[in-house]
Design a protein around this ligand. Structure first.
Ligand code: SF4
Length: 679
């Protein structure tokens, strides 16, 4: 028997993207038996989480004459593509383009004679009237003179370089073609004219393959007014191809030099060593797994970091720090290398609150001194707490934005609020899981029911309402706009309710507000940022997924209270979803993270994979809920499967609001002097 043929080591679109983020990563990539990698590698979950799969399928429907190149075999795909390209006119989906060891599967290619339109379909929405201005870093209506258009805005670089890479490969493979590159994506200013558009595209998982299936009539006529548009990207792409784009690259090389280096190094499996820098913060190889190497640590060692410093904390672990790259350029790699001069000196208006710079300094100081006791500015916290009115309400929303709208008259990426949870804390200490809402029905737009249910929960009293992020305010303001355009019979009442509990800035007049609710929600996360820090959260994150385990390990009050069997449907602390639950459970000396005590949202994935849906610096844990919502909307499943997901989501959201209550209870104990702290 002969050896198994080696997979060709082509530089593809995804590898080019990885190389652009950091060229060294190319060496560690696609070596699952050698290097630990924490990036999400499941195509089905990825498609659900990123949500772009429907956009790609809809784009193809706009070209009914298109021919798909379906084979996954590189040589065969290239052969078929080349055969079709012999035709004078042809539209191809997923054509395979190869030049030397560069290999690209483009999204859509439209050939007419020798002219080719190369269309990259992205889920990112844009406004075609202002796209080019935005790419050059200008606001709508502000035109940058052509001579100054040399630097592509960072938020667009990844997309435009991707299109430039594909254009480069096509031009090299077919120099006889004149190529015009296009970006195709949802136009956020357009409304769909058909109901149920997004229920025409379903995601199907078949073993390790994921595909999109269409349902019903998907002819251009049945799809109504186009909501995806194509924008000509010739100007920025040509600037890149000519080597005149002036933005800074991690590699420090020109476009062609980069491609040459990446393709050669990847082909020969050689590591490209570049200096460690700000890019290392989000390195997918910053992780360990039994029997596998740690690529991140390999890089650190190669740059002189001592073995005992390989776990940091590093400069890029400083919370919200904007000077990472300049400090690392000066050789400051670890937090302990930072000095007073490396921080700003801005002060907070509240004399007791930490400004961002003070919070960063405090974090670094606590890490450098190996502090174990949390910081709390009790005076500031006390002042705030004295103003709060009982009963206290704790709410958390789960939301999604789907690229293709549910119903006629809606735009791409409308806000969808499908779930909330609500806990109440009374003045006498009574805690109740007061209410909740969830709607996962396929094709149903839940927002107006959601806000009706929320109003019902909150209108009984004037108690302070807490959220843990600005997200809840944004969602309600978005629903306010949707209501204004709706014909809902009670829309005035619902909009008036939203105005009482939110704040909305006037987009036309800086510093002015359209409204500031008299019962405006209080952001508990902001209170954490201003007054509290636990040294066990090394990266200074304020995400509830870090703060909750930290305070549960810290607080004697919480450990004592929640190690008893007091939480559940018939228990002193009532629950709507759990029969009984003892939240404090120890694993050795550590309290087991409550989020890890709940069943995973999907039963066919392990927890480690599902955790990858939650980016580390996300304020909320919404990634898994959003993905679960997408799965309920855009895949076929049984009633039982849907019910299981619903039950799991209800528990997670319940825990989100309970976590807020626990943080609050802990602070009350701290203010009573029952907990340790440093000032
Ligand atoms: S640790 Fe830094 S240099 Fe090494 S691969 Fe990761 S991002 Fe690149």
């Amino acid at each position: 028997m002969g050896d198994k043929p080696q997979k060709p080591r082509y530089l593809t679109k995804s590898l080019y993207k990885i190389g652009r983020a950091c060229p060294t990563r190319l060496y560690y990539t696609k070596k699952p038996t050698e290097y630990a990698d924490k990036s999400l590698d499941d195509p089905f979950l990825k498609a659900l989480a990123e949500g772009g799969f429907q956009v790609g399928a809809l784009a193809q429907c706009y070209y009914p004459e298109g021919i798909g190149i379906e084979t996954l075999d590189h040589d065969e795909a290239v052969r078929q593509t080349e055969e079709y390209l012999q035709r004078d006119q042809v539209v191809l989906f997923e054509p395979a383009l190869r030049f030397e060891n560069l290999f690209v599967r483009a999204d859509i290619l439209v050939k007419d004679g020798n002219h080719v339109r190369l269309i990259e379909v992205k889920a990112k929405s844009f406004d075609p009237d202002s796209l080019l201005e935005e790419i050059w870093g200008k606001a709508k209506g502000q035109v940058k003179p052509p001579a100054l258009r040399k630097n592509i805005l960072s938020s667009y670089r990844e997309y435009i370089f991707d299109i430039a890479f594909q254009t480069y490969v096509l031009q090299k493979a077919h120099p006889e073609f004149s190529v015009t590159p296009f970006l195709m994506g949802p136009d956020k200013s357009r409304k769909t004219t058909v109901d149920g558009l997004n229920q025409k595209f379903f995601l199907v998982k078949d073993g390790k393959y994921t595909s999109v299936k269409t349902e019903g009539d998907v002819s251009p006529l049945a799809l109504g007014e186009k909501i995806l548009i194509e924008a000509d990207m010739s100007e920025p792409v040509n600037l890149i191809l000519s080597g005149q784009e002036q933005g800074e690259e991690v590699s420090g090389l020109s476009f062609e030099e980069e491609i040459e280096l990446f393709s050669q190094s990847y082909f020969q499996d050689e590591k490209i060593n570049i200096p460690i820098g700000a890019q290392c913060k989000h390195c997918q190889f910053r992780c360990s797994a039994e029997g596998l190497k740690n690529g991140f640590q390999e890089c650190m060692k190669a740059q002189g970091v001592k073995p005992h410093d390989l776990d940091g904390p590093f400069v890029f672990d400083v919370w919200n720090y904007k000077r990472t790259q300049s400090c690392m350029d000066q050789g400051k790699i670890l937090m302990c290398h930072l000095t007073e001069d490396d921080f700003g000196n801005n002060q907070s208006e509240d004399p007791f609150a930490l400004s961002y710079a003070e919070r960063q300094k405090k974090q670094v100081q606590m890490q450098n001194e190996c502090c174990e006791v949390p910081y709390c500015q009790t005076e500031g916290l006390k002042n705030c707490i004295e103003d709060f009115e009982y009963p206290l309400h704790f709410i958390d929303f789960e939301t999604s934005r789907v690229a293709i709208p549910f119903s006629a008259g809606k735009r791409p990426y409308e806000q969808i609020a499908f779930q909330f949870s609500h806990h109440v804390l009374e003045k006498d200490g009574t805690i109740r899981h007061m209410g909740q809402y969830i709607n996962l029905d396929q094709g149903y737009f839940p927002n107006f029911d959601f806000v009706r249910a929320l109003k019902k929960e909150l209108h009984h009293d004037e108690g302070t309402i807490f959220r843990y992020s600005h997200h809840e305010n944004t969602v309600l303001c978005d629903i306010h706009s949707q209501l204004a355009k709706s014909t809902e019979p009670d829309k005035d009442e619902l909009m008036a309710f939203i105005e009482t509990i939110t704040t909305k800035k006037d987009p036309e007049n800086k510093g002015e507000f359209l409204w500031q609710g008299k019962r405006n929600m209080v952001d508990l996360c902001e209170l954490v940022i201003k007054y509290y820090m636990h040294p066990s959260i090394v990266n200074g994150s304020n995400s509830i997924k870090y703060v909750l385990p930290a305070i549960l390990n810290e607080s004697k009050f919480l450990q004592n209270k929640y190690s008893k069997n007091i939480y559940g449907k018939q228990k002193p602390i009532s629950s709507l979803n759990m029969d009984e639950k003892t939240w404090i459970q120890f694993e050795g000396k550590e309290v087991l993270d409550p989020y890890k005590q709940l069943d995973p949202v999907f039963t066919d994935y392990d927890r480690t994979t599902l955790d990858l849906l939650m980016p580390e610096d996300e304020i909320q844990n919404g990634g898994a809920a959003m993905t679960a919502y997408a799965r309920c909307q855009f895949t076929k499943m049984s009633i039982e499967e849907r019910q299981k997901i619903k039950e799991a989501l209800l528990k997670y959201c319940e825990l989100d609001t309970l976590a807020m209550v626990m943080i609050y209870e802990y602070w009350l104990a701290l203010l009573r002097g029952e907990e340790r702290r440093v000032a």
